[in-house]
Design a protein around this ligand. Structure first.
Ligand SMILES: *Cc1c(COP(=O)(O)O)cnc(C)c1O
Length: 426
């Protein structure tokens, strides 16, 4: 498509947008009494208007039924979490039985490592990407130390080449094959939080399996953003948070995927709790643990219904729309944003560098922009003028036009504000 940097053109794209009406179903903060241009759906997605209804329902059932709500609420609490598995299975490409929702992301990755990081003999190393999200680094280091190893020895980081912003698949594969039989686990962020690079999950998973390692993925930036086929790609396990592209509220519950070949396997250990036991006999309070025959076996506690409610509200919107439509709009709006950035860059003789891959299959919703010669001043200007973005040292802004609620006109307006912000300095 031949893009134009004009309001009319952007409005035309909005009129043709099958998701256009969804913008109205989200609540936007305001700056200067105007709805913001929201680029941080990769960090905390906007609140759907319908969400408070789902929370009120739980509050009302609690008030009216108290403990009886476990069985007699409109959506009974004892198996409330099961309602999330089906829509999530479509989003991540899994069987319903392979999905469970519990806890939060870092907690879940630790719990999954109980099952999938069991170093033994010479096989004890973990392969991850360099500069992984800090929580992932802390998690891996503490797991390795917990098992008595030295992180400097046991954690092998896949490196970028000097002067390059993204990982190359050939370097990832050669690291995996060189660590070989000393590797116990490959655990990578499926979409890099800093650059927005999307990894080739299928190919990397296969390479990890070829050296006899387990392969898991942190999909914090992947779920609800990119096409995933976790089951078909033979991924062993994955976890993600629900508050980024999934619009479920700050710090909310995490989803987990565990491939069905590990269900009901006595040689796969896990930490257990009563919500992982077979639900028919759960309330008989028997001393022995009889696991659920699906991913729910990994659950520990009775579910936090007040956090599942907003997640369910959001998933019903995803289900209505489908990932395919979201991804189509995503591709178009990201391409349009990229075009606007190049246009403005040329007009103001600036030197932005988009460090996100330009190839569509290697990126999702996020464009990360290196502001050479610009700094925090420009970022502050954008924020003051209603462009909500985020800043990452040394001078990168991340722009994620979430397809659910961002408009093409937002992209045009952003370009104008950006131009003004740069000119103000000159
Ligand atoms: C956002 C994010 C997290 C956050 O973890 P929480 O446990 O939900 O606080 C972890 N890992 C990655 C890669 C992230 O992007």
């Amino acid at each position: 498509m031949q893009f134009e940097n004009s309001r009319e053109f952007a409005q035309k794209l909005d009129q043709q947008d099958p998701l256009g009406s969804y913008r109205d179903q989200f609540i936007f903060p305001k700056v200067n009494n105007k709805q913001v241009i929201y680029f941080t759906g990769n960090s905390l997605g906007l609140q759907p208007k319908v969400t408070s209804k789902y929370i009120d329902e739980v509050m009302n059932d609690w008030a009216a039924l108290a403990v009886e709500g476990h069985f007699y609420a409109d959506k009974p609490w004892w198996d409330y979490h099961e309602r999330l598995a089906k829509p999530l299975s479509k989003i991540v490409g899994a069987k319903t039985s392979e999905i469970t929702v519990m806890n939060t992301l870092t907690v879940n990755l630790h719990l999954l490592m109980v099952s999938f990081y069991r170093p033994k003999g010479k096989r004890y190393k973990i392969i991850c990407e360099e500069k992984a999200f800090p929580s992932d680094q802390y998690m891996l280091q503490s797991q390795v130390r917990f098992h008595g190893y030295d992180p400097d020895d046991a954690i092998v980081e896949i490196k970028k080449r000097k002067g390059e912003h993204n990982f190359r698949i050939e370097d990832i594969l050669s690291t995996i094959s060189s660590v070989g039989e000393t590797c116990a686990l490959v655990l990578i962020g499926g979409v890099n939080y800093y650059t927005g690079q999307v990894f080739d999950i299928k190919t990397i998973t296969k390479a990890g399996h070829e050296i006899g390692a387990f392969v898991g993925w942190d999909l914090a930036h992947g779920a609800g953003n990119v096409q995933l086929e976790l089951h078909d790609w033979n991924v062993d396990f994955a976890a993600w948070c629900s508050y980024k592209y999934m619009n479920s509220g700050p710090g909310n519950a995490s989803g987990c995927y565990i491939h069905e070949r590990f269900h009901n396997k006595k040689d796969i250990p896990r930490f257990e709790g009563w919500w992982g036991t077979e639900k028919e006999s759960r309330f008989l309070m028997k001393p022995e643990f009889t696991p659920m025959s699906n991913a729910d076996a990994w659950q520990l506690s009775n579910a936090s219904i007040l956090s599942l409610a907003p997640y369910l509200a959001s998933l019903e919107l995803f289900d209505e729309v489908g990932m395919e439509t979201l991804i189509q709009k995503r591709n178009l709006i990201v391409a349009y944003l990229e075009y606007i950035l190049h246009k403005i860059d040329a007009e103001v003789d600036s030197t932005f560098e988009i460090i996100t891959p330009s190839i569509q299959r290697e990126r999702g919703t996020q464009l990360s922009v290196f502001l050479h010669g610009e700094g925090k001043r420009l970022f502050d200007y954008l924020m003051k003028n209603g462009v909500i973005t985020d800043w990452r040292e040394p001078n990168v802004i991340r722009l994620a036009p979430a397809p659910f609620y961002c408009s093409f006109e937002d992209m045009y307006d952003f370009g104008q504000i950006l131009k003004q912000g740069i000119k103000n300095k000159n």
